[in-house]
Design a binder for this molecule. Structure first.
Ligand SMILES: *[C@@H]1O[C@H](CO)[C@@H](O)[C@H](O)[C@H]1NC(C)=O
Length: 220
């Protein structure tokens, strides 16, 4: 009886303290193996955390229309979310970040932290605010040596204004009017911006410095 109680207690504790799994969404002309470095870092530094890399819209299929991809990937992600009621973390690279923003807008999700690795975020908006606000953390990662995301500040929701100067996210109309909830998340201290120099676009998901600064701290 005592042993049963102890084992029940241990089970309860392990349920309480287990790390949330990570769902990874790859970028354009890529596939699930793009997460291989991430899986290696996670198994080294955070061995208990599971990484699920989305195996859909791979390679040339990644040119399919965005909402078609969101719809297809939603069907893959929904059961994962349901199987993990304590939440998951979402790490998305480049174009994958747009797919993930789409998912976060259409799903009544339980994503804890969305880590957007070098995503052209300012390129698209108009999502359903209520679902976006379910996020506990929004982590924006990008830097000036990216070479693909133009302007690179788009990875931080920045964009060119009419004078081709960069408007930071706090000065954007979509922020000031809180169109999709960015201002609300920011005022709640949930938006975390990381600018890392020296990283080329295709190195964001494989560089250990990036993993340690901008991903590892969020793997709760
Ligand atoms: C990872 O990025 C850092 C910061 O830019 C850089 O110093 C380091 O050399 C990079 N690591 C590799 C293996 O490229």
């Amino acid at each position: 009886m005592v042993w049963l109680k102890i084992s029940l207690m241990l089970t309860f504790l392990s349920v309480c303290f287990s790390y949330k799994p990570i769902i990874y969404m790859h970028g354009i002309i890529a596939g699930p193996d793009e997460a291989d470095s991430l899986k290696a870092f996670v198994s080294k530094f955070h061995p208990e955390t599971k990484v699920i890399s989305i195996d859909a819209f791979n390679h040339y299929e990644s040119f399919q229309p965005m909402w078609k991809q969101v719809d297809g990937i939603k069907k893959i992600v929904q059961p994962i979310l349901q199987a993990n009621p304590d939440g998951v973390h979402l790490i998305c690279f480049s174009q994958g970040g747009l797919v993930c923003r789409g998912l976060l807008s259409v799903l009544e999700h339980n994503v804890d932290t969305f880590i957007a690795l070098s995503c052209p975020l300012a390129g698209q908006y108009g999502v359903y605010k209520k679902n976006f606000l379910r996020l506990k953390n929004l982590v924006l990662v990008g830097g000036p040596n990216d070479g693909v995301i133009t302007p690179w500040q788009s990875s931080h929701f920045g964009y060119y204004n009419s004078n081709e100067a960069i408007t930071e996210y706090k000065d954007q109309t979509f922020y000031k009017n809180d169109f999709f909830g960015l201002q609300t998340l920011d005022k709640e201290g949930k938006v975390h911006v990381h600018m890392i120099p020296g990283i080329k676009h295709t190195h964001w998901y494989s560089n250990q410095t990036v993993f340690e600064c901008c991903i590892k701290p969020w793997l709760t």
